[in-house]
Design a protein around this ligand. Sequence first.
Ligand SMILES: [Zn+2]
Length: 123
Amino acid sequence: MQATARNLTSSEIEQLANHAGVKARAVENFLATIYAPIGERRNLANMYCDAGQYGWNKATQSAIARGIAVAFGSAKMPAPKPATYATPKLQKRTTTLVCLECGAGTNTLECPRCGSADVDVRI
Ligand SMILES: [Zn+2]
């Protein structure tokens, strides 16, 4: 049976690439050049080949691997992370939030260390 892959939408690619440490350009470029006729496994093999050649880190490799699997229909997109809201009562001048990506404390809704917007109230 001929392998088929669908094109990922730009918002799906953005969602896959939007994680700490992921090289977004590599994810966008690779996922735009998935070649369906050679099948999922060989696209994956090509990705690991490029990863070795260009020095992509694990986070980048797994984002692309996920995208390949989604394109071939063997995985679903990860659920979008729920937005987090801090109520005014819980916002103090001291650190009350913690970054869910790197664990740094912050009192803003963006992590000062890694730039992630995934911060939540420290219980
Ligand atoms: Zn962080």
